[in-house]
Design a protein around this ligand. Sequence first.
Ligand code: IPE
Ligand code: IPE
Ligand code: MG
Length: 277
Amino acid sequence: MFWNGKKRNHTQKADRSLSPKDGNGQDCRDGSGSGQATLPPKEAMPRHIAFIMDGNGRWAKKRGLPREYGHKEGAAVIRRLTEYCGSIGINTVTVYAFSTENWKRPEREISAIMKLLRDYLNDALREMEKNRIRFCFLGDRSRFDGETRRLMQEAEERSVGYTLRLNLAINYGGRDEIVHAVNACLREGITEISEDDISRHLYTKDSPEPDLIVRTGGEQRLSNFLLWQSEYAELYFSPILWPDFSERDVDAAVADFCRRNRRYGAVDVQDGAKADS
Ligand code: IPE
Ligand code: IPE
Ligand code: MG
C-alpha cells in the first residue's frame, strides 16, 4: 500500500513514518510484509472512523454455516481492526453492531448475538489492562438484560482513562437517538431547541463527529446509522464482507479519504482567494 493520495486542503508538513504491525507481527502496509510506508500527515488522517459492519450473515452462508458463525467471526474482526486503527493514529472507532431494526431478525440469531455481546464484554474486561481501549456504548440499553447492562457499565467505568476509544453501537438507531435527545431537551425545559442542544444530548456527545464512515458488504446506505453526525462525513463503500475486511482494506479506505476535498459547503481556499482578488 502506498500513501500517494493528494489532498488539496492540507499542507504536507509533519510527515510521519511508521510501520504498523498486523496480528502476525507483519508489516501490513506495503503488500510485501517487509517494507515501510509513509502515513499521510497527521492532520490529513481521519480522527474518527465509523464502520457499518455488514455482511456477517452472507459470509457464513457462503461457507454453508449458520449466520451466527459470521457474527462470531465479525466480533473478532472488531477487536483486530480497532487495535489496528489505534496503531495508525486514529483515536476514535465506532462500530455499528446491532440496530434498533435488527430485533426483527429470527429469535435464534438475536440470542446468539446477545450471547456474543456478553462474551465480548467479559473478554474485554479480562484484557482491559493489556488492550487499553476505552469502551463507550451507543444506543438504548433498556432492552438488554441486567447482566449485559452491568457488564457494559463496568467496561465503560474501568476503561475511562484510555485514549483509543471504541464506540459500540448496539440497539442503536439514528432516529431513536435524535428523538431521545429532543426529549432530554424538553425535560430541561428548553422551548427553542438549537443544534447544540441536540448535539450535547446524543449518545456520541463526547466523541468528535465521524470523518469517515465505511460500510462493508456492498450495500450503499446508512441504515439508520449516525444520521445527525454524518452531516459532513466522507462515505466509503466496500463490497468486502465484514469478516474478510482486513488491515489493508482499512488502509485503502483511509487512503481514499485522504484524497477527498472536504469543503463543508465553502469553496477551496485558493479559489476563495482568487475570487477576492
Ligand atoms: C451485520 O451483518 C451485523 C448485524 C447487522 C448484526 P448482517 O447480519 O447484516 O449480514 P448480512 O448483511 O445478512 O450478510
Ligand atoms: C446495518 O446492517 C446494521 C448493522 C450493521 C448493525 P443491516 O444488515 O441491518 O442493514 P440493512 O437491513 O441491509 O439495511
Ligand atoms: Mg446486513
